[in-house]
Design a protein around this ligand. Sequence first.
Ligand code: ZN
Length: 61
Amino acid sequence: MPTYHYRCKNCGYDFTIQRSITADPLTQCPQCKAEEIHQVYSAVPINFKGSGFYHTDKDKK
Ligand SMILES: [Zn+2]
């Protein structure tokens, strides 16, 4: 099961959660209950730098 990394914009709570890829997206902070969370993508290492690959706009911030 994939692990997702989230951060709450309201209280700053930083957490990871394991959930099914078919589950509904998490929208509510488990600590303050605000619907101000966003997913942090930088937690996933990128290991596909072999030949034949090049940077895509996924790397843009
Ligand atoms: Zn919060």
